[in-house]
Design a protein. Structure first.
Length: 140
């Protein structure tokens, strides 16, 4: 969000448009525009889009395959397939079977739900993942 906010700010400055004018064109307050330019995540996506359009920018979504943990090489990359880790799948019951998590999401999932994890049924691969994520388990 910070990167997006910075690009919005740079475009406004490049166009030499006053913040008040952009806010008016986007139908948002000047304060909301300031929060967008700071990249605050609490601002609604609709407000971001209104500013993007008002400044003549566009936003695109690029489809791409997520990078997964390679079980054979044990490399922690950018996403973790929950289907490959039985206890993570157990505690992520609300997610689709093909869901992937980033390292922080997986770490948080393990830590928040540790009382539901069956440690004696954990695979070696999952133990290595937990160690790489730096998960701390209380009373385990």
């Amino acid at each position: 969000m910070a990167s997006l906010g910075q690009k919005i700010l740079l475009q406004r400055k490049k166009l030499k448009v006053a913040a008040e004018s952009v806010a008016l064109a986007a139908a948002i307050s000047r304060i909301t525009l300031h929060r967008i330019e700071k990249g605050e995540p609490g601002v609604g996506m609709g407000a971001y889009m209104s500013v993007i359009i008002a400044l003549g920018l566009s936003l695109s979504i690029q489809e791409g395959a997520p990078k997964l943990i390679d079980a054979k090489e044990d490399n922690l990359l950018s996403a973790i397939a929950i289907k490959d880790y039985p206890q993570l799948k157990l505690i992520s019951w609300q997610l689709r079977d093909d869901a992937v998590l980033n390292a922080m999401e997986a770490k948080n999932m393990y830590e928040r739900n540790q009382k539901y994890i069956l440690f004696n049924e954990m695979t070696e691969q999952e133990k290595k993942l937990i160690k790489r994520l730096g998960v701390e388990f209380n009373d385990r």
